[in-house]
Each structure stands twice: as structure tokens, then as C-alpha cells.
Design a protein. Structure first.
Length: 96
């Protein structure tokens, strides 16, 4: 039984949507293919963990969710600092 207020639980889904949009934007500006893949992998793990917790499918320690969230935050910081395109020419989707 959850002790969180009723309005708190839908915030997980709002967070998932916002984080997915942030990842898509980061991927468009990234020059590192591995970072792009890791973004989607960690987001998928986080989505699975939050949905699983919401619907009581699988109960794992919360530290796993926190570690996944921190990994996404680290990837965003790393990507911003080291993997940004210097111009529009280096981005794969802008090449014709």
C-alpha cells in the first residue's frame, strides 16, 4: 500500500514524458553514437522501473531507480560538455 498522496503518483508519467522529450533533444545535438544509445537504454530501464512500481508488477529496491535516474543526469551533463556538435554539419540528421 502506497502512502503517497493520490496526485503524486501520476507525476511519474509526467516525468517520463518530460525526460523522453529531453533525451530526444539531446540526441539531436549529440555527436557520440554510444551516448545516443545509452540515453535510450537508461530511459527504457527507468520507464520499466517506474511503470512496474506503479502497477506493482515487480518490486525492486529504490536504489536501482535512483541509480538509473542519476545515470541519465550524468549522460546529459557528459553529452553537453563533450559530445555537442560544433555546427549543424556534424549532426547525422542534418546531412543529406
Amino acid at each position: 500500500m502506497s502512502t503517497a498522496p493520490g496526485w503524486w503518483q501520476p507525476l511519474n508519467f509526467v516525468f517520463l514524458l518530460l525526460s523522453f522529450l529531453a533525451i530526444n533533444r539531446s540526441i539531436k545535438n549529440s555527436s557520440n553514437q554510444l551516448i545516443k544509445v545509452l540515453f535510450y537504454i537508461f530511459w527504457s530501464i527507468l520507464a520499466f522501473l517506474l511503470i512496474s512500481e506503479e502497477f506493482e508488477i515487480l518490486h525492486l529496491p529504490e536504489v536501482i531507480t535512483y541509480a538509473t535516474g542519476f545515470s541519465l543526469a550524468f549522460l546529459h551533463i557528459y553529452n553537453k560538455k563533450y559530445c555537442q556538435c560544433a555546427d549543424e554539419e556534424c549532426c547525422a540528421e542534418n546531412k543529406n
